[in-house]
Structures are given as structure tokens and as C-alpha cells.
Ligand binder design. Structure first.
Ligand code: MN
Length: 413
């Protein structure tokens, strides 16, 4: 059965529309792909690379961890043409529109929650804007796959790459991938790129090409792209998507895993002597100690420690990591920022999920706004933002205030 027959035809009209606009704008102009550095972002970039090469396009790729004004400005400063943001950018559309020059056009093909802009210079394709959850039903890689296949049907050879991205974003968390991801899985199975194996009630996806499972492969891709960010490990990730692992790339994954373990161990030792604390928050900064790992690491670290014995169960956990001044594909950025990661220890998490304490999806954007920051991925129990360096204490006070506002609101009703 055709993909189109199985799921919402309206969404495909949007895809067609964007594909058509892209082709019209491409037309021999320079293309800049801006992608994220985790497995999903790497897989999206890989599929786009295959597409752009099949079109003989003149293109370059820029891998970024976060989009914030200084980075977007720098991306567009370096030239003009067609810009394609993927696996990021949904919430930054307004800023992207601001920096997209007169002779340029930007496409945002993302699956994160998004704010739409009406503009002749910015075109968006985001399932969230069409009422389809990008957290559950479609990864950026699946979206890019559907988009790319409309332009060149031969992209079907890379259905397995789309699946790797979906699994990398944990879209198999309910026992198997769902929605659009599922339809692409079925295609990959038909093309003999993937086999389903059941472990208990959970599906795992075996990829003969890698002689390994999708979850294992995508974890390694994320290690290359995230832990190896400052040494351009994402380029190895793209290479791996098409050619599999080599002794060199496997060795790199092992080295990066060890590096991360060692850095985490040292930081845990440091934190055993205590956090900075307010009434409801425990917080710390790793400053530059996680270099050369990217700033995704602070989120992973908070997740790792949130239920350890030295962490208070009833306080929000906030970690800061300085954003490296150097973007490998772009050079020096003029702005000094810090990444903020928030998590909730399990006991607090239950209170949040039961509505007895405010969620990070409310607190982090509010505190972030107060200090002029740029919240991106926010969920009730895990959230991130980017703020100016030096504003950490101010951010914490703003967040503490937001907690008090919210809890007094609760007790009143
Ligand atoms: Mn993603």
C-alpha cells in the first residue's frame, strides 16, 4: 500500500507544497543545510546529503547543537541562497526570518513544537503545526525522508536511515515506532533493510547492513555527534549511515564513551560536597569541564544523577554548561552563552505529573524569558534553555519566583 493511502492525505499536500517550493528555489543556487548533532539530526542530514547529491546541488552542511540569534546571524552572514534547517528551528522561525537576507530563502523542516511565521522568505514543514505530534509519530529523519522521496523516489534505499533517527529520538518507547515512523518501518521491511525482532513486548529493529539493532546503532551515532561534537564526530556519523562502522569509527565511539564516563565520575565526586541551593532548587555549573563534549551532555548528566543519593528528592535539579565559543563548521561566535538543563528527581516528578508542583515546561520558559534567554525543548520533567553567561543566579531567582507564583495559585484553588 502507498504511504499516502495509509495516513492523513492532507499532510502530504503540505509536503508536496514544500517539495515544490524547494525545487523551484534550489535551481542551481547554493544550499546550506543546518542540522542537529544527535542521531536524528545526523540521519536527517544523511538523507538530505543523498538527495542533494542526486540533484547535483551545490551544498554545504552546518551542524549546530542549538539555534540562538548569534548562531543564526553567523549562518546567514556567510552568504546567500537556500537554507534548510532540520531537526531544529521550529521555535526559532522568527529569528531565522529576521536573518534570512534579501536574496535568500529558508526552509524549516522540523518535528519539534513550532511557532509559525507568515513570510515570503521562510517556509515551514512541521507536523506539530498540522496537529500531529512530532514527539510520538514522526522524527525529523522520517519527515526528511518523506520530503526527499517526493523529490527523488530513489531515496527509498535509505528508509533504514529514517528509522535510525526515529529510534534515536526514542520513538520506539511505547514498544515500537508509531504513525509515520511506522509506515517507513514497513517500507524498510519490505525493502529488506530491516527485520523486527521481539524482546518480550518490545520490538527491536535488526539492520542486516550493520549486523546490529537500530537502538544500538543510533546510540553510537548520538555518541559521535554529541560527545564528539567539537571534533566533528557527526561527520563520522553521516559516513556510518551510508557505509557502516569501521574499526576507526568504533574506536572513536569507545574513546568518547570512556571520556564521558570519566568526566561524569569526576563531576559526581565534586557534587557530593553539595549543590547551590534555594528553597525549591538545587543547582550547579560544570562550566567548561565537559569540553570537548557538546552541551547536550549537561542534560544527559542531570538525567544520570537525578536519583542518586546525594541529590535531594524534593528539589528541582538545574545544571549549567558553558556553550563553547567555537562552532566547528562556523568558527568563533561573538556571544557567550550557557546551556541550562532541568530535571526532576523521581519523587518530585510524581508531584509534577500529578499537578501538585509546577512542571519545567512552565518554569524554564518563564525564568528564561525573564533573563532574555531562548527556551527550546521543554517538557514537564525535562527542559532546556540557553541564556547569557553570568545570568545563572538571576535565572535561578526567576525560577524560584515562578515556583512560588505557581504553587500559591494552586493552593488558592
Ligand atoms: Mn529529532
Amino acid at each position: 500500500m502507498e504511504l499516502e493511502e495509509m495516513i492523513d492525505g492532507n499532510f502530504f499536500k503540505l509536503v508536496d507544497d514544500i517539495a515544490e517550493k524547494f525545487l523551484k528555489n534550489e535551481d542551481g543556487r547554493k544550499i546550506t543545510v543546518v542540522h542537529h548533532n544527535d542521531a536524528d539530526g545526523i540521519c536527517s542530514a544523511s538523507i538530505l546529503k543523498a538527495l542533494l547529491e542526486s540533484l547535483n546541488a551545490d551544498y554545504r552542511m552546518i551542524c549546530v547543537e542549538k539555534v540562538y540569534p548569534a548562531v543564526i546571524k553567523k549562518i546567514h552572514e556567510d552568504g546567500e541562497g537556500v537554507y534548510l534547517y532540520t531537526d531544529l528551528g521550529g521555535l526559532a522561525a522568527e529569528i531565522i526570518e529576521r536573518y534570512t537576507g534579501e536574496n535568500s530563502v529558508s526552509f524549516i523542516i522540523d518535528h519539534h513544537p513550532a511557532r509559525k511565521v507568515e513570510s515570503e522568505k521562510v517556509y515551514m514543514l512541521d507536523p506539530e503545526l498540522a496537529g500531529i505530534s512530532g514527539v510520538v509519530f514522526i522524527s525529523a529523519s522520517s519527515l526528511i525522508y518523506i520530503f526527499s522521496r517526493r523529490i527523488n523516489p530513489e531515496i527509498e534505499d535509505y528508509a533504514y536511515i529514517a528509522l535510525l533517527g526515529a529510534v534515536g529520538d526514542y520513538h520506539d518507547r511505547y514498544g515500537g515506532v508509531l504513525g509515520f515512523d511506522r509506515v517507513i518501518l514497513d517500507e524498510a521491511i519490505m525493502k529488506k533493510q530491516v527485520k523486527i525482532r521481539l524482546e518480550g513486548v518490545k520490538e527491536r529493529y535488526y539492520l542486516p547492513f550493520f549486523d546490529d539493532y537500530a537502538d544500538t546503532v543510533s546510540r553510537k551515532l548520538t555518541t559521535l555527534g554529541a560527545a564528539g561534537y567539537l571534533e566533528k564526530g557527526y561527520l563520522d556519523g553521516i559516513e556510518v549511515c551510508f557505509n557502516g562502522f569501521t574499526e576507526r569509527t568504533l574506536e572513536k565511539v569507545r574513546r568518547l564513551e570512556e571520556l564521558k564516563e570519566e568526566k561524569f565520575r569526576k563531576e559526581i565526586d565534586r557534587l557530593r560536597s553539595g549543590f547551590n541551593e534555594t528553597e525549591h532548587i538545587q543547582w550547579f555549573s560544570v562550566e567548561n569541564r565537559f569540553d570537548p563534549m557538546g552541551v547536550k551532555t549537561i542534560g544527559e548528566f542531570c538525567q544520570t544523577i537525578k536519583d542518586m543519593t546525594f541529590v535531594k528528592q524534593d528539589k528541582y535539579l538545574i545544571g549549567f554548561q558553558n556553550i563553547p565559543a567555537l562552532i566547528p563548521d562556523l568558527g568563533e561566535i561573538e556571544w557567550r552563552g550557557v546551556k541550562v538543563s532541568g530535571r526532576t528527581p523521581s519523587q518530585l516528578e510524581r508531584m509534577v505529573l500529578h499537578g501538585k508542583m509546577p512542571g519545567l515546561d512552565v518554569l524554564i520558559p518563564r525564568a528564561s524569558e525573564r533573563v532574555g534567554g531562548h527556551a527550546d525543548a521543554t517538557h514537564k520533567i525535562a527542559a532546556a534553555t540557553v541564556i547569557d553567561i553570568g545570568k545563572e543566579p538571576e535565572f535561578i531567582s526567576a525560577m524560584e519566583e515562578a515556583i512560588k507564583d505557581e504553587t500559591s495559585k494552586n493552593s488558592r484553588c
